[in-house]
Ligand binder design. Structure first.
Ligand code: PMP
Length: 362
C-alpha cells in the first residue's frame, strides 16, 4: 500500500495553504501590522534569559490568561476563562477537535476565513456554508437552522472587511444549539466588539489574536475567551505547551499599559483606521469600489483581480488576489467572485501601492 493510501482521506485531499509569498518590496497581502511590533515586546525578546529557552514554557499560559482578561475588560467577570494557542488558528482547530464529533456540522457564512472549512474537514466535520446577505451580514436564521455542532462567525469578516450586525450575532449566540465561535481577529480596528458575549452565553467562544493589531504574527499567539468550562474543554483538546516562552514574554510585555506597549498598539490601530478611510477615498478616485471596511484591510471586488495582482507583483507590490468568493453575494457576483485584498499601512506604502495600481489598471 502506498504511503498516500495509508493517510486519512481528509489529509490526502487537502492542498497545502499556499498564498502567494513572492518576496516584494511592498507586501500588503496578509493583514498584519505594517508598522512593526510594540517596542516593549521587542525589548524583552532582545534580552531573553537562558532558562526561558532551556526549560519548557508554562503549561497553559496562566500569567498571560490573566493579562488577557484585564485587557478585554473582563478581569472581574465571574466564571470567564481564556484558552491560548499557537496563533488563533490553533484555538479554532482545537475548538473543532473538542466539539466536532465525526460527521457533525460546522456552519459558517461564505465568504469567510479560508481555513475554516479546512480545519472542519481535518477534524472530520462537515462544513456547511450559508452565503452572507446582500448587506454582508450573516443570515442568522438559516445559520441556526443548520443545527451545527459548531457555528463560526467572523467580525470584522475576512476577506470582506465588513462587520456583522449586533442583532445577527446576538441572535445566533442566543439560538444556536452548539458552540458559537465569534472570530474577532480584527476587533481592534472595529467600532463594535463582542467579547462581553463570552461572559453572557456559556456556549460562546470569542477568538482573538496577537497577529494583527499587536504586530506579533511571527510569534504565533492567539486566544479564546469563554465560560471556564468551554475554555477548559478547548484547552484539553489543544494540549499543553503550545505557546512558547519567548512568545509568552513578548505578549505579556505588549499588554502592559504604556506608550511602548498597549499605547503603541492602540495608537497604530487608530492610525490604520484613519489611513484606511483615506485609502478608500483614493481607491474610489481610481474607479474601484471597495467594500465598507471596519478592519485594517480593504476588499476591492473586481473581475480583474488576478491580472491586477500579477501586474502589481511584477512591479514589487504584493496584494492578495481572491477568487471563488461566494457569488450569491450581489457585490461579489458582479466581480465573478473575485477581489483584491489590500492591507493598510504607513501612508508612504499606501501611496506607492496606489501609484502602482494607477499605472497597471489599464
Ligand atoms: N481568523 C481570521 C479571521 C484571520 O484572518 C486569521 C489570519 N489571517 C486568523 C484567524 C489566524 O490568525 P493567527 O493564527 O495568526 O492568529
Amino acid at each position: 500500500m502506498s504511503i498516500a493510501a495509508l493517510a486519512r482521506d481528509e489529509v490526502r485531499a487537502l492542498p497545502l495553504y499556499a498564498p502567494d509569498m513572492t518576496p516584494c518590496a511592498i507586501d500588503v497581502s496578509d493583514n498584519t501590522n505594517l508598522w512593526g511590533a510594540p517596542p516593549a515586546a521587542l525589548r524583552v525578546l532582545a534580552d531573553v534569559p537562558a532558562e526561558s529557552v532551556a526549560r519548557y514554557p508554562s503549561l497553559y499560559s496562566t500569567p498571560l490568561r490573566e493579562s488577557i482578561l484585564r485587557y478585554l475588560g473582563l478581569g472581574g467577570a465571574p466564571g470567564v476563562g481564556v484558552v491560548t494557542g499557537c496563533g488563533s488558528d490553533d484555538v479554532l482547530d482545537s475548538t473543532m477537535r473538542a466539539f466536532g464529533r465525526a460527521g457533525a456540522r460546522l456552519a459558517y457564512s461564505a465568504p469567510t476565513f479560508s481555513m475554516i472549512p479546512v480545519f472542519a474537514r481535518l477534524n472530520g466535520m462537515e462544513p456547511v456554508s450559508i452565503p452572507l446577505t446582500a448587506a454582508f451580514d450573516v443570515d442568522a436564521e438559516r445559520l441556526v437552522a443548520c443545527d451545527a455542532a459548531v457555528t463560526y462567525l467572523c467580525t470584522p469578516n475576512n476577506p470582506t472587511a465588513t462587520p456583522l450586525s449586533r442583532a445577527a450575532v446576538e441572535y445566533v449566540a442566543a439560538h444556536a444549539r452548539g458552540v458559537v465561535v465569534i472570530d474577532e481577529a480584527y476587533a481592534e480596528f472595529s467600532p463594535d466588539t463582542f467579547q462581553e458575549l463570552a461572559a453572557r452565553h456559556e456556549r460562546v467562544l470569542v477568538v482573538r489574536t496577537f497577529s494583527k493589531a499587536f504586530g506579533l504574527a511571527g510569534l504565533r499567539v492567539g486566544y479564546g475567551v469563554a465560560g471556564r468550562e468551554l475554555a477548559g474543554l478547548v484547552e484539553r483538546a489543544r494540549g499543553p505547551y503550545k505557546v512558547n516562552s519567548l512568545a509568552e514574554r513578548a505578549v505579556l510585555a505588549s499588554l502592559d499599559e504604556g506608550d511602548d506597549a498597549l499605547g503603541w498598539v492602540r495608537a497604530h490601530a487608530a492610525l490604520a483606521v484613519e489611513l484606511r478611510e483615506r485609502l478608500v477615498v483614493e481607491l474610489r478616485a481610481l474607479g474601484f469600489e471597495p467594500l465598507p471596511s471596519v478592519a485594517n484591510f480593504v476588499c476591492v471586488p473586481t473581475p480583474r483581480a488576478q491580472l491586477l495582482a500579477s501586474r502589481l507583483r511584477e512591479r514589487g507590490v504584493l496584494v492578495r488576489a481572491l477568487s471563488g468568493l461566494s457569488s450569491d453575494v450581489p457585490a461579489l457576483a458582479a466581480s465573478n467572485g473575485m477581489a483584491l485584498r489590500i492591507g493598510v499601512g504607513p501612508w508612504a506604502v499606501m501611496q506607492q501601492l496606489l501609484d502602482t495600481l494607477d499605472m497597471v489598471k489599464g
